[in-house]
Design a protein around this ligand. Sequence first.
Ligand SMILES: C[S@@+](CC[C@H](N)C(=O)[O-])C[C@H]1O[C@@H](n2cnc3c(N)ncnc32)[C@H](O)[C@@H]1O
Length: 253
Amino acid sequence: MTSLLKRLPPSAIALLLQVSAFVLTVLILSLLDLHPAPLGFALICGILASSLSYIAGLVRWWWFIQFAFVPALVLMLMLNIPPSLFLAAFLILLAVYWSTFRTQVPLYLSSNKVWLALETQIPVEQPFIFIDLGSGIGGVLLHLARTHPHGSYHGVEAAPLPFLWSWLHIKFGGYRNCTVHWGSLWNCDLSEYDVVFAYLSPVPMERLWLKAKQEMLHGSLFISNTFAVPDHSPQNTLAVDDLHHSTLHLWRM
Ligand SMILES: C[S@@+](CC[C@H](N)C(=O)[O-])C[C@H]1O[C@@H](n2cnc3c(N)ncnc32)[C@H](O)[C@@H]1O
């Protein structure tokens, strides 16, 4: 049972725990013959879901989400907001975050200072090919394509809305040395690139490292923004003085 739980993404575990908390709340209240108001019921659900999440070992921020989930649902229902608004909000969030529940890599953007730090790592004069794995709204690519036009820049992005945003930006911004495609980074052949850049999360780093080792050519450069590879120290690191205290981890393959 525990090993089955460990194989599930945290979002699926959180959902299972919410359902368990709901069933437990119904059982406890019927055993005690109590009939609280909807918000009281929701708060008991929240407390139980949060406690179960703590016991199940979910990381801290899940405890708060789990506590607030059912009370927020009840409060929203009390406000009588038209269901179409929820549907619209859900569809927008889906288009932005897409399969984050599975990949555990949400959209957040490299800072302008990271863009500037990357400028110091790419070849100065000779042509080169650069890829941003999970290119988001294309900030890194567009910046480098403007400042270092002798390079060729490619991005791959899984979430539809960020992809579409960057695609439109490239198409109507007249960027000839830049492309993005909608798809999974796991289907990219990294042997085609001189510089591979990734800003993902701790979760895929081990698998990405294996892919990079297998596919990247000798002498090419692998750069990870912020997230290190477990048990494989970078040859070089570059601290960036931005709000997130980003660090570029660099490996010459
Ligand atoms: C932290 S953001 C980085 C955005 C951009 N590279 C930057 O530095 O500003 C990570 C992006 O990777 C995308 N992503 C996550 N898993 C992916 C996958 N398997 N294939 C393609 N894109 C993925 C997410 O949708 C998200 O937009």
